[in-house]
Ligand binder design. Structure first.
Ligand code: MN
Ligand code: MN
Length: 287
């Protein structure tokens, strides 16, 4: 008689299990970097707290009647980041994503600060439409004298030729508002969603993806109201509920990958919400 099976896996891995890389449809990795955070730090702990939360939720979805455990996910671990060097860390994310993309894996990135999404998009190449769920536009040309931060990286993504739809916006600076007005920028505010429901946002998502071959979802957890996601780098009142966000994710199609970013430590509510969102997406995304 042996009780060896009673030992838990010594590593903290997503959902407590991992599919061998060759057989996996999804490649999951963490990027524990928060070097440019300007208010509440701690997103470097995001990958580990999301993984911990994932193992303590039911993996079966009452929405899709599917089980996230059936998704073939390989948890690759965390990328070795260069704390204090956002450029080098973004480069590393890009290199990893190029390789995963060549192997036809769908990407799941656990942030880390939102800037890391730039590395993913560079790795995926230009012909991917980006659906960005965020309270903020992250479109400043520079922030606190820095060119590349969580508040500017989306401008870089735009300048490098990608097309973007933003959902849940409610916190922008004058520069961003004027930029968005001039460019006929494609976005839906959380104010509209609170007043009119999710239909307009859902219609925008459908229209956006109908014109594109591949979409990538980036979920800054501050898109949720701080009541649902208090542990984020820049909380902003007036956000979406967890259910509104997942209702919108149900509409998303042609998804080649997604990230969940800006989860900090200090409380588990946000990590649990992040893990729930990933479980639902694993049931929703077609492989
Ligand atoms: Mn944000
Ligand atoms: Mn953001």
């Amino acid at each position: 008689m042996t009780y060896r099976e009673l030992y838990l896996n010594p590593q903290n891995i997503f959902l407590g299990r991992t599919t061998p890389y060759e057989e996996a449809d999804f490649a999951l990795f963490g990027v524990p970097f928060d070097g440019t955070s300007s208010y509440l730090p701690g997103a470097r702990f995001g990958p580990s707290v999301i993984r911990e939360a994932s193992g303590n939720l039911e993996s079966f979805s009452l929405r899709s009647l599917k089980d996230a455990e059936d998704a073939k996910v390989c948890d690759l671990g965390d990328i070795a980041v260069v704390q204090g060097d956002v450029h080098q860390t973004v480069d590393r994310v890009e290199k990893v994503v190029i390789e995963l993309n060549q192997d036809h894996k769908k990407i799941i990135m656990l942030g880390g600060e939102h800037t890391m999404t730039l590395g993913v998009i560079r790795g995926l190449g230009r012909n991917v439409g980006i659906i960005d769920f965020d309270a903020h536009m992250d479109l400043r040309s520079e922030y606190l004298d820095q060119q590349l931060t969580h508040a500017t990286f989306m401008r870089k993504i735009l300048d490098e030729g990608s097309e973007i739809l933003q959902v849940g916006i409610r916190s922008i600076c004058r520069e961003e508002y004027e930029f968005a007005s001039q460019k006929n920028w494609n976005y839906v505010t959380s104010l509209e969603i609170q007043k009119e429901g999710i239909k307009k946002a859902a219609d925008k998502i459908k229209e956006f993806q109908s014109e594109r071959e591949r979409t990538y979802l980036t979920i800054d957890m501050d898109v949720l109201d701080p009541a649902y996601a208090p542990n984020v780098g820049n909380p902003e009142p007036g956000g979406l509920t967890s259910s509104q966000l997942i209702d919108l994710l149900e509409v998303c199609d042609k998804v080649v990958g997604f990230d969940v970013v800006e989860v900090t430590h200090g409380g588990r509510i946000t990590a649990i919400a992040a893990a729930k969102i990933i479980l639902e997406l694993l049931c929703l995304i077609k492989v």
